[in-house]
Design a protein around this ligand. Sequence first.
Ligand SMILES: [Zn+2]
Length: 433
Amino acid sequence: MVPNTGSYRLTNARLHASLTPGLVATFDSDGFALADIAVADGKIAGIAAHGRKAAPADAVDLGGRIVLPCFVDCHTHIDKGHIWPRKPNPDGTFMGALNATGADRAARWSAEDVARRMDFSLRSAYAHGTRALRTHLDSVAPQEEISWPVFETMRETWRGRIELQGACLIGIEGVRDRKWFDRLAKRVAAAKGVLGVVTYMVPDLEELLDHVFAQAIKHGLDLDFHADETDDVAAISLKKIAEAALWNGFEGNILVGHCCSLARQPDLNVLDTLDKVAKAGLAIVSLPMCNLYLQDRRADHTTPRWRGVTLLHEMKARGIPVAVASDNTRDPFYAYGDLDMLEVYRMATRILHFDHPVADWPQAVTATPAGVMRLEGFGTLAAGGDADFIVFKGRSWTELLSRPESDRIVVRAGRAIDRQLPDYAELDELMVE
Ligand SMILES: [Zn+2]
């Protein structure tokens, strides 16, 4: 359907207002307008309202199919991905996940093991239409010495297909060993990575956060936190991060993931936290599939009563940048998943009510994470930008989000890519006990 020439015109494409900043057209109540897209030499030469210019005879009529920019997945763990067959979560709880993953990492995460699973994950993400991806990298000693070089090689290998970013991942208590943590921050800076930690309500949290910010400022690093991935209302580390950002005068980008407990806290506390988050300029990413899986998991096998996600609507209403992302795939933190951002968006629409109206929620898997990751030109469709987009079968939100869209066409630099997904059997030999 998309010519293999790199230069052509697509007519009758359905584009969304929130993702096509330069398009002058009459958008319907779902945010869509029909448009024509000119592609030349792998770039978008122009986008105009449908029919405004006479179409050449060889133009391809998309018949009103939705076209979205390629996805940006700003929170993943491709170093953990696909270990499920050899290390499942015994009970589906957060502690079960932490313990199982820790044991597997210590026993099995050689450079080859990590590299092969990472590559498998990236091939899936690419086939589904993802153009940029940030992964956390477990950096508990001695894993940082193994995973970071693998990541740096992988980033070079994948350049031009997936723009890769890495963030280190350690529990905040790891910051107490100043010497080791400062070395890690230096290592992350050398790899042009992002400084990441998991915050818990430890007694010295504020002091440890100050040190994290000091290292980020020293090396010019952006920050990425896992915060409050629990139903415990006493978990308020999101607020502590915002306060630390303010009093340290931090000017880099900060992304905070999860923030589950916020949805359980009293309104007055929530408002205070959101004020600080907005003032400090934090961006928030919710991981709806992983949260649904781990949160409110009950030991007595009774039914979960809440969805696990954080307060994205309230955040967006205050101008806080909000995104959704994949998080874990087929590991003890989440038994499923394939780094398909359309699946993430479909699930987010249902779990988080990204509908009635859809408004600018499609930015949560495209333009907003691109901004957080400092990726200019990613996540929108505009003249002069790369012709990196996805042509779906669906012509409306209900058509798009009701089927897996396994037959979507992913276009990169103007050409449809081979969308073959890697075969699970490729990983079988890594899964032997
Ligand atoms: Zn995560």
